[in-house]
Design a binder for this molecule. Structure first.
Ligand SMILES: [Zn+2]
Length: 353
């Protein structure tokens, strides 16, 4: 990964973007894409769409979602403690003991989520997982009036953001989902700069995936693609307690996962698999027995149907502040997408027969 790409990935990971609050990060995405896209636009839903070769033989949509899970302020009590609603799927046990940030209009406010000390918990309390609505954020501000002056109802909240290199190309942080996939689709487009290829390519930085695959739907309706590839993270199974019988063998650093099953166009699957083989790019294969839980699900169903594929970046500990991925998988995935685009010819038919 060169310095430009590294810096873009760092910005994606360090900029807050809970679903519905993606404007700031979308400005970063737009600025980045300016050096290699022919056109960049933001649609009314907030998706950023970077296009190259607009008049091409067919339209290809590459999707990564820009939003992250987070929280939204719903109540400030008379002591100034803040109660939130979740944005996306949280494991409450993991939120206990986290550093968080309230992204207020006047700037980031650091806070913590915890509960009373273990010494003070009753035996019953110790065994019980709190409900989400029982969690509070403590900003350390002792005055409810002051908290209410600085924090507005519905301000977004995230856990403390950051990128932590661990070992070799392994990095950890709370925003790998889906900074990883978003990075990959833009890196694929960057690698195509100056090259000649047949299709029009529309790279979408899609909003609101975590609350129901919402941005991909509106973006795809507008683009009306023939082919679509969603790039998201997927569960690596190379750590304790994950059942490989239902989740397949998926390792971090072993290449992106190519999904196969009813959500995936079989010709797309085969062409991507062949592209990987031809260019000696590592891939792993995983079955998806129904609509996937990411943007590929809705992309397939736009208008009269879209030939859809899904690439998964292997990740351990999804939806936690310590999501763990290998940067090598981002490189392999971006190269696979770029080579796939280069392999497309006008007249290619993706009808399954
Ligand atoms: Zn995701």
């Amino acid at each position: 990964m060169d310095a430009t790409a590294q810096e873009f990935f760092r910005q994606l990971v360090e900029t807050p973007s809970p679903s519905g609050y993606e404007q700031k990060i979308q400005r970063i995405v737009r600025d980045y894409a300016r050096s290699f896209a022919d056109e960049i636009r933001t649609d009314v839903h907030g998706n950023v769409i970077a296009t190259v070769n607009a008049g091409g033989s067919c339209r290809v949509l590459l999707d990564g979602h820009v939003d992250q899970i987070g929280m939204i302020v719903q109540h400030i009590d008379d002591q100034g403690f803040i109660y939130c609603l979740p944005i996306g799927g949280w494991d409450v046990q993991i939120l206990l003991g986290q550093r968080v940030v309230v992204w207020s209009a006047e700037g980031p406010l650091p806070g913590v989520i915890a509960r009373k000390a273990t010494h003070l918990l009753t035996d019953d309390e110790r065994k019980k997982i709190p409900e989400f609505h029982e969690l509070w954020i403590d900003l350390g501000i002792q005055d409810a009036v002051e908290v209410r002056r600085r924090v507005q109802i519905a301000d977004p909240v995230t856990v403390e953001l950051g990128l932590r290199p661990i070992a070799g190309s392994i990095v950890s942080g709370p925003k790998m989902d889906d900074s990883a996939g978003l990075f990959v689709v833009f890196e694929a487009l960057r690698r195509l700069k100056g090259k000649k290829f047949a299709p029009a390519v529309h790279v979408v930085s899609a909003v609101q995936e975590e609350i129901g695959l919402r941005g991909a739907q509106t973006a795809a309706f507008g683009i009306d693609p023939h082919l679509a590839i969603a790039v998201d993270v997927t569960h690596a199974t190379d750590c304790p307690t994950i059942d490989k019988r239902s989740n397949a063998v998926v390792g971090i650093g072993k290449g992106p996962v190519l999904f196969r099953g009813p959500n995936i166009n079989p010709v797309m699957f085969r062409r991507l698999q062949e592209t990987a083989q031809q260019h000696s790019l590592p891939i792993q294969i995983k079955g998806a027995n129904r609509g996937t839980s990411n943007d590929a699900n809705v992309l397939q169903l736009i208008r009269s149907g879209v030939a859809t594929a899904c690439l998964g970046i292997p990740l351990r500990y999804m939806h936690s502040p310590v999501e763990l991925i290998s940067l090598d998988d981002l490189e392999s995935a971006a190269e696979l997408l770029a080579q796939f685009i280069l392999s497309l010819q006008s007249g290619d038919d993706f009808t399954p027969v």
